[in-house]
Design a protein around this ligand. Structure first.
Ligand SMILES: Nc1ncnc2c1ncn2[C@@H]1O[C@H](COP(=O)(O)OP(=O)(O)OP(=O)(O)O)[C@@H](O)[C@H]1O
Ligand SMILES: [Mg+2]
Length: 361
């Protein structure tokens, strides 16, 4: 269990100083355009993973004129344990604190509070490059497969070394080859873990796609990021000259991708923008459900601008699906009437106006 019970926000965009105590179930965040709704969700995201979901440039997130942003969050964990997290970020500043101890890692933050985000940009998961889909799988790996993170880190270190060796003009095949074996051992494990996670996720994803979009034939296939040889080690041997010319390891699990298809056709080729958002949402919501079933851990779910891109029928199906998820949800909208009636409960309603937040009864 991880429930956000309190968040204090300083200097996140137009939220110079706000504090809320959310409900453990459904929180509705309402306000006009530019009031600060997305910024509030961004602050919750910052506390959970140390970065924004809107930009990699943290300077854009820090309020104009301020040095750094600070977010302080309290989570209620299992057995009534309370955990406190502090995140401070700005130009050249990245401080993470967990329960009063400085220099916690982002991984430590992220483990404390699994969090999923659905935004009007969610179609990117389907439409844009492999990086988005890798991040999607690896979110599940990180939270569900305890073995993944250490081997992923080992792989990252080995590939850094191999790339550094490739950039030296004197690099020889045998010097580079030293790293191939280690990389191959990691690759084997990473690809196996990703495959087994996807196999486990698939029935959940199909159920969610059916509920949200009426689609029965969803398929998810992992492309491991390299091909053509019996092992990654053999592949790396063969790729030596071309990797040397490129100055880095061109293929491998760091280039993996997913093919997400319906009736055998990749979704990025056929779906409308709204449908892409629905499939991407179905995929993320299925991860939330799998996590609940596998580890009895609930996720914090952020849904920014829920109604965007969705017609009334799909909006209703989306909300009906949320109603049966037992997790802490934050939904933002400019139009509470479009969703409020369909939600089985709204436990707390926050009204945002020009960077100030009021809890309404
Ligand atoms: N670094 C910043 N410093 C101060 N204000 C900022 C900064 N970045 C963005 N803003 C402003 O913060 C305000 C709130 O933005 P936010 O995206 O949270 O609004 P919103 O309520 O989600 O609006 P919408 O309904 O249009 O999505 C906007 O007026 C935006 O221009
Ligand atoms: Mg917004």
């Amino acid at each position: 269990m991880s429930i956000l019970t309190r968040i204090d926000v300083s200097n996140v965009r137009n939220l110079t100083q706000v504090s809320i105590q959310p409900s453990s179930h459904t929180n509705l965040v309402v306000g006009s355009n530019g009031s600060g709704k997305t910024s509030l969700l961004e602050a919750i995201h910052l506390a959970a993973v140390g970065r924004s979901f809107r930009t990699h440039n943290i300077n854009k997130v820090v309020s104009k004129g301020a040095e750094a942003l600070v977010v302080f969050a309290e989570y209620l964990l299992a057995d009534s344990v309370i955990s406190a997290v502090g995140v401070e970020r700005g130009r050249g500043i990245a401080r993470f604190r967990v329960n009063g101890i400085d220099s916690a890692s982002i991984a430590e933050l992220a483990r404390l509070a699994p969090l999923q985000v659905i935004t009007p940009d969610s179609h990117q998961l389907i439409e844009l490059g492999p990086r988005y889909r890798r991040r999607f799988v690896d979110w599940g790996m990180f939270h569900v497969e305890q073995d993944f993170f250490p081997v992923w880190r080992r792989f990252g270190q080995a590939i850094k070394q191999r790339n550094a060796a490739l950039r030296q003009s004197s690099a020889s095949r045998s010097e580079i080859g030293v790293w191939n074996q280690e990389l191959s051992a990691c690759e084997h494990r990473i690809t196996r873990l990703r495959q087994s996670y996807i196999a486990e996720l698939l029935p959940y994803a199909r159920d969610a796609a059916e509920s949200l979009l009426g689609v029965a034939s969803l398929e998810i296939k992992l492309l491991p990021g390299w091909a053509g040889e019996k092992s990654y080690e053999c592949y790396l041997e063969r790729a030596f000259s071309q990797d040397l010319a490129a100055g880095y390891t061109r293929h491998g699990p760091h280039r993996a991708d997913l093919v997400i298809s319906i009736d055998g056709v990749p979704t990025r080729e056929i779906l409308s923008r709204g449908e892409q958002k629905l499939i991407a949402s179905a995929l993320r919501l299925s991860q939330v459900k799998l996590l609940q079933d596998r580890l009895t851990r609930n996720c914090i779910l952020l849904i920014d601008d829920l109604p965007s891109e969705l017609d009334v029928g799909h909006r209703s199906k989306f909300i009906d699906y949320l109603n049966q998820l037992n997790c802490q949800i934050f939904i933002s909208t400019t139009e509470p009437k479009l969703i409020g009636d369909r939600l089985s409960t709204v436990d707390k309603l926050f009204h945002v106006e020009r960077g100030r937040i009021k809890e309404m009864l």
